[in-house]
Design a protein around this ligand. Sequence first.
Ligand SMILES: [Fe+2]
Ligand SMILES: [Fe+2]
Length: 312
Amino acid sequence: MKVKPAHNLGGFAEGAESLDGPAFADFQLRLAAANHQRLKPGLPDEASMAERDAELEASEAELRYLATVRSEIAPLVRDIPGDVDEFIAWFEGLQTSGPGQGDPLFPWLATEATLGELRWFLTQEVAGEAGFDDLLAMTQVKMPKQAKLEMARNFWDEMGRGHPGGMHGPMLERLSSHLGVDPLPGTVVPESLALANAMVAMAMHRSYAFHSIGALGVIEMTAPGRAALVNEGLKRLGVPARKRQYFAVHAVLDIKHSESWNREGLRPLVAEDPRRAQAIGEGAIIRLWHGQRCFARYRKELFGAAVQDAAA
Ligand SMILES: [Fe+2]
Ligand SMILES: [Fe+2]
């Protein structure tokens, strides 16, 4: 499943076929830096030729990385049903049986982690957070009416229903600045960067639009349990309610988001074209697979190798 580059990528895509080691780490760092640049609103006269080349390189390189991941997860997506009811049952089953679900990291964060350990965890999570609102906005382009309306309602919640204080992105920023969390290249593990890079890649390419819908939907479905445990840990360590609002809100609101995403988004999309089931399912697995790798790496860093494989 190799993607042929449309032009000479120079050294940019080196490592796009790696899932471990220094080549993987270097590639994810390069792609994260390129994404930071290419997603920034700009002006035509300020866009240099070099930047346009960099945009093309990043675009091709991320497709190659997605192809690598698709090969890796192929055994997990062999039996995705195309029938609507069966597909929804399969998708909802990911909540318990999907990669990374029930990871022991989160009960530990709730009950045992120190503030320093939680701060380290949040540094990784903030780096892996590509901005649900923007991913959603990019994904909804030209979607059928019913799914688009669901995405619009979800987006409006992300926007705090028009109130700056209720916007989800700034909620996370408030927690980060309260705890002094500031992800820098040297402090972030490549698995976190890969998670954000994969989400951006699926949202940027229309050929992965249904993958992106699956990935966003599985976040809604699996986030509440983890968010509740992180919130518990922050509360235990004395972080004020106003500062941990991001996790408190997602522990509750995403349960509702997930139900309506599946009913108003996934159902009609698959009913209209059963081939989308495979794409949506793959996207969900790609997202969960990246999350699983993050949790394993976090445990390795936080607990040491001995406990690392407890949930394998
Ligand atoms: Fe949100
Ligand atoms: Fe949500």
